[in-house]
Design a protein around this ligand. Structure first.
Ligand code: AMP
Length: 481
């Protein structure tokens, strides 16, 4: 954290208020370097790792700079994975909550029509994976002529995944009169080339003080035979007794095996891998964020983009095959200044992978002994107690920012020729309510949703039961979603 304060920047009251609710007290290093320049519309190449606060470093200036009145998208954020797209959308929605910024995520495997409908309404920021963004561009469901900001997030990973052609095609389709920001944990040649080709004298920002992994993480290594891993896992979890824990495996099969073992042993756990439906994947991640269970067993699909406050312990049940993956997996803990522990299980023949990881992170992983049976016995009572208690998530940012918001559902929309202004006109006339209390409005064919802010939901709900919108009587209720 730096000496600066968010109040020192030219940021509106609405955004400052959201930062206060999110408990972002002072800017992180990357934020203190990026925000002032981004607010001046400079092209930037930023070398920063996940966990450094990089999402808010572009989320804050973008939310500040977009014009609320404009209907078409003004900022496009490209991410390598669907999970990250959803996370970035959530972060920007939270930051822009009181300015009523509408951010939409578009990614594969979700119905195109749903995204098309969302994009046809007022949208300030679009966050998406390259393939689906390109689809929307080709089918002309994503208007590009008002795009003023392009952000490419985790660019190295984007290119590793072979998205270079899509990324270039998207860039070429955008207005040239725009600001481009590239974020990347590493800056290999292909990333540099991309920047050189499409950016205007970008300023390079490097977050020098941290290594590839955050120094808030305590790393260790335990050598174990493959057949002994499950029992080691149980011993380690008893001794560590984490409030929350992610366990990474190399394959879906291993995830299933570990999950079944833990489940049978009474652990509060869920699993996540690419073999599950996308909807289930999001549901599991959401459940973990909400604190519905303590242990998440996963493949590398969960290694990126999930921002869960304070995962206490990360266990590499299998050594990751790629050095970068070690950094991403362990980066789920020790975030935003919190402390965390990362323990890697290694079989005797995995030395070559470990060497590559150690060279990459710049230090040797300290080897420790497996917990002794006495240690396990000593930890048992406390462990059982945790297992039988509900996990409490102290810092669910989205829940906090939404606590004064009520989403109302109206049973009429486009087909009844109702537009957003009709709701604003009607609701702002209710005594004690102003236009400032109205949040995001979504109008579908046969229904509409209106967010009411500042704890005024009940007043509006009551009033609207007796009020017409554009001369039409609509049924109103508190929305379930
Ligand atoms: P990121 O690197 O964008 O994935 O962010 C890492 C974590 O830091 C997320 O949980 C953010 O919500 C949190 N965060 C970002 N900026 C700040 C800040 N200025 N103060 C405290 N937490 C922050």
């Amino acid at each position: 954290m730096s000496e600066m304060n968010f109040a020192d920047y030219q940021i509106s009251e609405e955004i400052q208020r959201a930062l206060t609710v999110l408990k972002y007290k002072s800017p992180t290093e990357v934020q203190s370097k990026v925000i002032p320049l981004a607010l001046e519309n400079q092209d930037l190449v930023v070398k920063a790792q996940t966990g450094s606060g990089k999402t808010a470093s572009f989320g804050i200036p973008v939310s500040e700079l977009v014009a609320w009145e404009e209907k078409k998208p003004q900022a496009l954020v490209l991410t390598p994975t669907r999970e990250l797209a959803v996370q970035v959308r959530e972060d920007i929605t939270n930051i822009g909550r009181f300015k009523r910024i509408k951010a939409v995520a578009v990614y594969g495997k979700e119905p195109f029509k749903k995204q098309k409908d969302e994009l046809s309404q007022k949208t300030h920021v679009v966050v998406g994976t390259p393939g689906r963004v390109m689809d929307h561009i080709e089918r002309e469901t994503l208007a590009l002529d008002q795009i003023k900001y392009l952000i490419i997030d985790e660019t190295d990973e984007m290119l590793n995944r072979g998205f270079i052609d899509e990324v270039e095609a998207i860039i070429k389709a955008l207005p040239t009169d725009r600001v481009t920001m590239v974020f990347s944990a590493t800056l290999p040649r292909d990333v540099e080339n991309l920047c050189h080709k499409y950016m205007k004298n970008p300023t390079h920002i490097e977050i020098a003080s941290t290594g590839v992994t955050a120094d808030t993480i305590e790393h260790s290594l335990i050598e174990v035979k493959e057949a002994d891993k499950i029992s080691l896992l149980k011993d380690v979890t008893v001794v560590e007794n984490p409030d929350s824990c992610m366990i990474f495996c190399r394959t879906k099969e291993n995830v299933d095996t570990v999950y079944n073992e833990l489940n049978e042993a009474g652990y509060s756990c869920e699993r996540l891998h690419g073999g599950l439906e996308q909807e289930d994947r999001f549901a599991v991640m959401e459940g973990f964020k909400m604190g519905n269970f303590r242990y998440l067993v996963a493949t590398d699909v969960a290694a990126r983009g999930i921002d869960i406050d304070n995962v206490k312990l990360v266990i590499n049940y299998d050594v990751p095959m790629e050095k970068e993956s070690y950094v991403h997996r362990t980066g789920r803990t020790g975030r935003a200044g919190n402390k965390g522990t990362a323990i890697t299980f290694a079989t005797p023949y995995e030395g070559k992978f470990l060497k590559a990881i150690e060279r990459y992170i710049g230090f040797d992983l300290p080897e420790t002994e497996a917990p002794s049976s006495q240690e396990v016995a000593r930890g048992k009572a406390a462990f059982e107690e945790t297992l039988n208690s509900k996990r409490v998530v102290r810092n669910n940012k989205t829940a906090r920012i939404n606590q004064d918001i009520m989403k109302l559902h109206f049973n009429g929309g486009k087909k009844k020729k109702i537009r957003a202004v009709d709701f604003v006109g009607t609701i702002a006339k209710i005594p004690g309510v102003t236009a400032e209390d109205i949040g995001i409005i979504t109008i579908q064919d046969n229904m509409s949703y209106v967010d009411i802010l500042n704890g005024k939901g009940s007043i509006v709900l009551q009033a609207m039961e007796k009020t017409t919108v554009k001369g039409k009587k609509l049924k109103v209720s508190k929305a379930i979603k």
